[in-house]
Design a protein around this ligand. Structure first.
Ligand code: ZN
Length: 462
């Protein structure tokens, strides 16, 4: 074979498009993917980049041929089948917004998904922005993602014989308190192609004290949940003076991770928090490094660009908008799709992995506080300390005007004026501007349709 590039090696080993699979779900495929990912994480940034641009060329060509909407866009950027695709041409391709994906919908579907990619599957977003989005994928792309999930567990030295608990919302219902749902293994054999220990799952419709009771009864070694659920469990745990014996690691996903949460988890439960950055439309995006805490972009499967306000790539230390291109979604190509998140670019990681680094995931545009002088911030409000001041059960902060923030509180009993003043003083001390603060007492603070919760939301964001 001549001129075998990095991409082709990876493709030939793993059955990447262009080399269609005869059976996309065989355990053999899973093993091959896993071996490829174990190798490609150590590729140099240059080799990874080559892999990405060759894959981009293929998915762009597929989009040009099978999704008429893209043809004009690609041609305007100078991208045609058989032509060269380079960073300059790629940067000329317009950004695809969430609103466009929502409005175009089926116009972004490929009319010829290659057979080797397996079945076409559909994912609908929770619609937490009020704009639900439906995205198609393939079982082949999902398989690569599953292999990355296993790599992530290997990075963090999970012992697969131990017990795994998950607390997350299930759109289909079930797994309710007091029992939840139990299984003999952690997940499907595509993700874990070997025997594993038992797993249990709880749908967190019950109150935090009941969730904690369930968790303590299950005695898991590992937990996966959303940061907001973890925080309410920790608050409950601290108030009750009980821990979570045996728990070693908590994998957080689904919401941006508040900076103070890992420290509180370590302090109250003695468990390490690991974060996984994902989005419904593209699944896994970046996973925390086992050695340095950086987020390694899962670059074999998707290109991540972080762009400043002028559309230029951010440098290390700069924060910008996250734009993603899944390299193997041939059912509904998303070329330069703006997720609506902000992230900070990091320097190359000292662990030696060539996977690019995001230093911080800042969360959605609507979770960004903008000061009256135009600076962006992602505040933390010291929620974990509220119980020491007053019986606050839940809280949420909403920027309702340029200079005004509403503090929405669910409380166990009415607060005294002194408690309210002390609480507001703590919040104020953490803010980058002397905002007017107003308290609004609420009966409940609902989660979105997908069960996620936002500490902070801006009504100024569009
Ligand atoms: Zn690293």
């Amino acid at each position: 074979m001549r001129n075998v590039s990095g991409l082709q090696c990876w493709a030939l080993q793993s059955g990447i498009p262009g080399h269609p699979l005869s059976d996309t779900t065989s355990l053999d495929t899973v093993h091959r993917l896993q071996l490829s990912l174990a190798d490609s994480q150590w590729w140099t940034p240059r080799r990874l980049r080559e892999h990405q641009f060759e894959s981009l060329g293929r998915v762009a060509e597929h989009a040009w041929r099978t999704v008429p909407y893209y043809r004009t866009r690609l041609e305007a950027a100078g991208i045609r089948p058989g032509g060269v695709i380079d960073p300059e041409r790629w940067a000329a391709l317009p950004i695809l917004t969430r609103r466009e994906v929502q409005e175009l919908s089926t116009a972004l579907h490929s009319d010829r998904v290659p057979r080797g990619h397996g079945q076409v599957v559909s994912n609908a977003s929770s619609g937490s922005t009020g704009m639900p989005v439906s995205v198609l994928g393939t079982t082949y792309d999902a398989l690569i993602c599953k292999a990355q999930t296993l790599r992530f567990h290997l990075w963090h030295e999970y012992d697969f014989e131990r017990k795994y608990a998950t607390i997350r919302y299930l759109p289909e219902g079930g797994a309710t308190y007091p029992e939840g749902l139990h299984s003999q293994r952690w997940g499907d054999t595509a993700t874990y192609p070997f025997r594993t220990g038992p797993a249990c799952l709880l749908n967190p419709e019950a109150s935090a004290d009941r969730q904690l009771e369930w968790l303590r009864r299950q005695e898991p070694d590992y937990l996966m949940t959303y940061p907001s659920l973890l925080r309410s469990l920790l608050i409950e745990s601290e108030a009750a003076g009980v821990g979570a014996p045996r728990l070693l690691k908590v994998l957080c996903t689904g919401e941006s991770l508040p900076e103070d949460l890992p420290g509180h988890c370590q302090e109250i439960w003695g468990a390490q928090v690991i974060d996984l950055y994902s989005a419904m439309e593209v699944d896994q995006i970046a996973a925390q490094c086992p050695e340095h805490g950086n987020y390694h972009v899962q670059s074999e499967r998707l290109l991540v660009e972080v762009l400043d306000d002028d559309g230029r790539p951010c440098r290390p230390g700069e924060t910008g908008r996250v734009v993603v291109t899944p390299l193997f979604n041939y059912a509904m190509p998303l070329l330069r799709y703006e997720l609506g998140d902000y992230a900070e670019v990091g320097e190359a990681c000292a662990c030696g992995r060539g996977l690019p680094v995001l230093r911080r995931i800042r969360g959605r545009v609507r979770n960004t506080l903008v000061t009256p002088d135009g600076r962006r911030h992602w505040p933390s409000f010291g929620t974990m300390g509220f119980r020491k001041i007053a019986p606050v059960i839940q809280s949420q902060f909403v920027q309702v005007a340029r200079d005004r923030i509403e503090c929405r509180l669910v409380v166990a009993r009415p607060l005294s004026p002194a408690e309210e003043t002390a609480l507001l003083a703590q919040v104020s001390a953490r803010l980058p501007w002397p905002f007017d603060l107003a308290v609004a007492y609420m009966d409940t603070l609902p989660r979105d349709a997908g069960g996620k919760f936002e500490d902070f939301r801006s009504e100024l964001a569009t």
